[in-house]
Structure formats: C-alpha cells, structure tokens
Design a protein around this ligand. Structure first.
Ligand code: MN
Ligand code: MN
Length: 470
C-alpha cells in the first residue's frame, strides 16, 4: 500500500513546478515523435531557403493550396500561398470566423548559417583551385574546416535563363572542403583565440588540383575547373558575378544516440520550427481563426533584404489579402496573435557556466517559450507581455502539451535576437517558441525528436484552438 503523502509533499505538488523529461510524462509521445521525425529528416535535406520553397510549394499544391489571388474573398477552409521570389513563403488557411476577428500567425525562418561564395570566387594557388567565400550568419569559423561541404544555389546566365546547382548531396557526387592545418605545424595557430584559429579569408573551398593539359596557358588547374563547370552547367567565369552559390555541410540528417532519441543535422535552426509549423498549417482543415504561416529568409543576417521579415512584403501581402474583405491590415493585426518560431539554446553540461539553470531550456522537456531574447539590458527584443505569456500558457496547458520556458543563457554572457522584434513592429502580440538545440549554428546541430514533435503539437493547438484573447 502506498504511504500517505506528508503535508509538505502535498504542498510541494500544489505549489511548486516540477519539470520533467517527456519520457516520464507519456511514453507514447516518444514513439509518435520517432514517426513524425522521419518526415522531418526529409525536410532537413532541403538545405537552403530556395530548396525549401522549391520543395514545399508542390507539397502545398497537393494539399489543396492555390496561388494567392488578389481581390478574392476566400471561404472557410480554403487554402492558398504566396511565394516571394522563391525564397520566402506565406501559407494561409481560412478560418470559420471573419478575418476581422484576427489571425493566428506562425513565423519561422528557412535560411541557416553557411559559406556564401564571393562574386568572383575561383582562384588557383600552388597548383590547387579554390572558391573564395564570405560567411553568412553567425558561425564559429573553425567548425567549417575539414568537413565535407556541398554546393547549392542558382546562377543567372547572360541570356536571362538560370541554372540550379546542387552538388555534393547525391551518393556519387564529389564533395568539397576547407582545409585545416596539421597539429604538427599548428603551434602558433593553437595559441590564437578560437575566433582567429581559422580566419574569414582562409575559408576557401578546395575544388580541384588536376591541370588542363596545355603548356601554352598558365593557371591550368583553374582553367580545368572552369572547363568542367562549362561542360556541366554551360557557365563561364563571368557567370559567377550573377550567382547565389553557397557551401553547406554535406552531412545527411541522422539519428543520434543508442535510443535514437535525437537528430543530428545541419540547418535545424530553423528547419525544426519551419517543419513543425508547416505540418501544423497543412493539418488544419477548417480552423476557428484564419492561420498564416510564414517562412522567412535572411534571419541569420538580421532580416534585412526584400525576402526578410524587415521587408514590407509580409505587411503588403496582408494588406492585399484583408482588403478583399473591406479591412485594413493594421486593424486585423491588432487583433491577431503571432508565434515567432525559432530555436533556443539547450543547456549543455560541457558548457554549464553560461546557462542559468532555472531559466534555460533542457533537451526533451518540450518546446521552449521565451518571453524575451536580445542581450544586455533586454536590448533588441520583443519582450512579451504578461497577458501574451498568459495566452500561450493557456493554449498549451489546455491542449495538454508539456512545455518549458527559457532564456538564451545567463545575463550579460552574450545574447541573440529573433524575428519577434521585427514582427512586433506591426503592433502584433508575439512570443517566441521553439526547439532547444545543442551545438546551435554548427555544421551538425542536435535536437530531441520529442521536442520537434511537441512543437508541432503546440503550433497546431495554437492554430486550431478556439480560445479568445482577453
Ligand atoms: Mn533561428
Ligand atoms: Mn540562428
């Protein structure tokens, strides 16, 4: 017979929080998460914003989404999308309630840190050919040396046509790499701070060492590479000037751990949240409120540019959409609610001193809600109000979804922002929610399958729940 609980134990249960590993709460979630994440792994093979849009649009069409039509009044349950320059995407499902009652918006980003090629990248040195890069987003440069890289992107040709590049992902494709120095000769390198161990101008990608056989020319290795590129893509060196090419880790998404509880892959910031919200969006048949799911570009470089969340494209689209109902976007946005879906740093005991244990996220404790991000004295952040936190708390608790709160590390240890602050510019209530990640921004980020799955359930609950705002 179970012993009766003491008064203190009863009080503890009633008054104190007891965060738990998901597996302790509900074991069936583990199996559901494993199934869900097979689809996620496929999504992770789309490694750039362009590849996400290119692959998601056909999926949307299959699920009944048509292209947005200006001036059309959509009926409840109808679905449509708007593609911004093949790099950002807005997906909408009309709710039963009038659009004037507000929208349920979920925004994530589909760009990830990487090595972009410079406009004039190809050069030869010591009989080897390289591509010069300029890194995109916040990377630890030393992590990008001595790993296999693949090349992705698009080249705009002189005749106005363009060619797509995706090289290094298929089994028989060659891969590329940035080289590192052998330890035997690295005495000076190893004394440098990690930020300088590999410098920006050393991030050159090795692409060949065989010469073009003709003694009449110099730069034979470079010429040979250019010739191979011409044969494959019909491009000349000048075509690099009108190209967007980047190198990303060539790793395939894989299960991590003997229990297969985790996923290791490039680009989980923010594909974890993009995939979860995409599944929530497409699963909503006829939600109470109209759902709007946004895939943004350029988050990793500050959201500037016309496909980023600081662009007017989102606001203009909303204006176009709601004007069909005789409404103005600002009136609708004021009554709307937005989840800024982005990853957060999971506590890592190897670096425990940068985390504050009462206010950081843990792997396998469910999606992490962040009241604010930013740095120092709460600069550059959307600081969600008590009421906003209260709303999302009720949505998640009522749906029975385990979740946690988390700050990005200790006060004054660093920091970082999300698109929540750009979204809040629209006078729209917003809060950050996402998946805890280990080794964030590295070539091989790690997440827990249950966290990704429960983020899907969280966004789905937010999209489909009936709750009114206070
Ligand atoms: Mn992110
Ligand atoms: Mn990031």
């Amino acid at each position: 017979m179970a012993e009766e609980k003491s008064e203190g134990q009863r009080l503890e249960e009633r008054l104190l929080m007891r965060p738990k590993n998901i597996g302790e709460i509900d074991e069936t979630l583990l199996d559901e998460a494993k199934v869900f994440c097979e689809g996620y792994k496929k999504f992770l093979s789309y490694k750039t914003e362009r590849e996400v849009v290119e692959n998601v649009v056909p999926l949307l069409k299959k699920k009944g989404y048509g292209e947005f039509q200006l001036g059309r009044m959509y009926a409840a349950g109808e679905k449509f999308y708007m593609n911004n320059r093949d790099k950002a995407l807005v997906m909408v499902t009309l709710g039963r309630r009038p659009v004037a009652d507000g929208l349920r918006i979920g925004v994530s980003h589909i760009d990830s840190p990487r090595l972009d090629l410079k406009p004039n990248p190809l050069f030869e040195e010591t009989d080897m050919a390289y591509l010069k890069t300029h890194y995109y987003g916040g990377i630890k440069k030393y992590q990008w040396a001595a790993i296999p890289l693949s090349l992705h992107g698009v080249i705009s040709l002189a005749d106005g046509k363009s060619v797509k590049v995706r090289l290094g992902e298929d089994e028989w494709d060659p891969v590329f790499c940035v080289t590192d120095l052998l330890p035997h000769l690295a005495m000076n390198q190893m004394k440098k701070p990690a930020s300088d161990a590999i410098e920006g101008e050393q991030l050159n990608i090795l692409v060949g060492c065989w010469p073009f056989k003709d003694d009449a020319v110099s730069g034979k290795v470079k010429l040979n590479i250019m010739n191979l590129l011409f044969e494959k893509y019909k491009i000349t060196e000048k075509d690099f000037l009108s190209a967007e090419l980047c190198a990303v880790p060539a790793f395939k998404p894989v299960d991590v751990g003997l229990d297969r509880s985790m996923i290791g892959a490039y680009g989980q910031d923010d594909s974890a949240c993009a995939f979860a919200s995409l599944m929530a969006e497409t699963d909503c048949e006829e939600p109470e409120f109209t759902t709007v799911t946004v895939f943004a570009d350029k988050e990793e470089t500050g959201s500037d540019g016309n496909t980023g969340m600081r662009s007017f494209f989102f606001r203009d689209f909303l204006e176009d959409f709601v004007s069909a109902y005789g409404l103005q976007a600002r009136h609708v946005l004021k009554r709307s609610f937005c989840l800024s879906c982005d990853v957060n740093a999971a506590i890592d005991p190897a670096f425990g001193d940068v985390f504050e244990k009462s206010n950081c996220s843990f792997l396998n404790r469910g999606p992490v809600v962040s009241k604010y991000t930013g740095s120092r004295g709460k600069y550059s952040t959307n600081d969600a109000s008590a009421e906003t936190m209260g709303f999302i708390r009720k949505v998640l608790d009522d749906a029975g979804i385990p979740w946690q709160v988390g700050e990005l590390g200790k006060v004054d240890i660093g920091g970082g922002g999300t698109i929540a602050s750009d979204i809040s510019l629209h006078n729209l209530d917003t809060v950050d929610i996402g998946v805890p990640v280990l080794s964030m921004h590295s070539p091989f980020e790690v997440t827990s399958k249950t966290d990704v799955y429960l983020l899907y359930k969280a966004v789905h609950a937010f999209y489909c729940c009936l709750k009114e705002r206070n």
